[in-house]
Design a protein around this ligand. Structure first.
Ligand code: SUD
Ligand code: ADP
Length: 254
C-alpha cells in the first residue's frame, strides 16, 4: 500500500485564547498539493516495528511510531501486520518547517493501518487518537483540501473553495514552536475578536491573502521574529508565514 502525505500551510493563524499552557487557535489549513512525502508498507519479516526514512529523529520519537503504539493497543492485528511489513517514508517535506510534516505522516499512517488491518475506525475516532500525537494530526485525518481548524486543532470543518497550490520556501532556521508560543504569550498576547473571527472563517483563502498582511494573517510571525530575527530577510510582498515557521509561502496563480 502506498499513500501521499501532504504538507499544509496556515493561510491564517489567530490565537483565540488560553487552555492551560496551550493556546486555542482559529486557523485556515490548506494542503500543498505539490509538496508531499510518500509512505509505503513493504513486505518482509521483522522482529520489531521497522521505519525506514530520512528523519531528524530516532524511531522512538517519530510521530509514525507514536501512532503505531496507539493503534496496536486497539487490535493485535496491528502488531502482527508489522511483523510482516515495514514502513518506508520517502521524505520530502522539510522538518521544523511549520508545514505539519510529522503530523501529516502520523495521520496518513493511521488511515493506512485502519484499512490494511480492517480496524473500521471512523475519521472522528482516528482524529481523537491523532490529536494526542500532535495538534495538526486531525486536519490530515479528514483529508480536506481546505479547512477551518479551531480548539487546539481538534475541531476541523471543511472549507469549500477551489484547491490552491503554493510556492514554499523553508529557510534553514529551526523554529521551536514552544519558544514562539511562549514569546507570544509574554510579549504579544491578544485574543481574536469575534467579528474578525467570523469574517476570516468565511473568507476564501485567496481573498484573505489579498486583504491581510503577513503580521495580520499569522499572530505567531511577530513572536517568531523575537527569537529568529533572520526570518525577516524572507518577509517579502505576497509571502506569508506558515504555523510557527520557518516556512514562507505564496499562492501560485494559475
Ligand atoms: C503551530 C501549529 C499550527 O499549525 O503548528 P506548526 O505548523 O507550527 O507545527 C500547531 O498548532 C502546533 O501544534 P503541535 O505540533 O502539536 O505543537 P508542538 O510542537 O507539539 O508544541 C510545542 C509547544 O508549543 C506550545 N503550543 C503548541 C500548540 C498550541 N496550540 N499551543 C501551544 O501553546 C506548547 O507549549 C507546546 O508544548
Ligand atoms: N514523521 C516525521 N516527519 C517529520 N518530523 C518528525 C516526524 N516524526 C517526528 N518528527 C519530529 O518532529 C519535529 C518537526 O515536526 P514537523 O511536523 O516536521 O514540523 P512542523 O510541525 O514545524 O511542520 C522534529 O523534531 C522532527 O524530528
Amino acid at each position: 500500500m502506498v499513500r501521499r502525505s501532504f504538507a499544509k500551510v496556515n493561510i491564517f493563524l489567530k490565537i483565540a485564547g488560553k487552555r492551560g499552557d496551550y493556546h486555542e487557535i482559529v486557523s485556515r489549513f490548506a494542503i500543498v498539493p505539490s509538496l508531499y512525502d510518500i509512505i509505503s508498507f513493504d513486505e518482509g519479516i521483522f522482529s520489531d516495528f521497522t521505519l525506514v526514512g530520512n528523519f531528524g529523529c530516532e524511531t522512538k520519537k517519530n510521530t509514525i511510531y507514536k501512532a503505531y503504539l496507539k493503534l496496536k493497543e486497539l487490535s493485535s492485528e496491528v502488531e502482527e501486520y508489522f511483523k510482516k511489513h515495514c514502513v518506508i517514508v520517502d521524505k520530502t517535506i522539510p522538518e521544523f518547517a511549520g508545514l505539519g510534516g510529522g503530523s501529516s505522516n502520523a495521520a496518513i499512517f493511521m488511515l493506512m493501518v485502519n484499512e490494511v488491518c480492517s480496524l473500521n475506525l471512523s475519521k472522528d475516532e482516528l482524529a481523537k487518537i491523532g490529536v494526542q500525537i500532535g495538534a495538526d494530526v486531525p486536519f490530515f485525518i479528514y483529508e480536506y483540501n481546505s479547512a477551518n481548524v479551531t480548539g487546539i486543532g481538534e475541531i476541523v470543518e471543511k472549507f469549500d473553495e477551489e484547491p490552491l497550490d503554493f510556492e514554499v520556501i523553508t529557510p534553514k532556521i529551526e523554529c521551536n514552536t514552544g519558544k514562539i508560543f511562549t514569546s507570544f504569550r509574554k510579549n504579544h498576547y491578544k485574543e481574536l475578536d469575534n467579528k474578525l473571527k467570523e469574517k476570516l472563517l468565511n473568507m476564501k483563502s485567496k481573498d484573505i491573502l489579498l486583504n491581510y498582511n503577513i503580521y495580520e494573517a499569522n499572530d505567531l510571525f511577530e513572536s517568531s521574529l523575537d527569537s529568529y530575527p533572520e526570518l525577516n530577510e524572507y518577509n517579502k510582498k505576497d509571502w506569508f508565514f506558515s504555523g510557527s515557521g520557518s516556512s514562507f509561502f505564496k499562492v501560485i496563480d494559475e
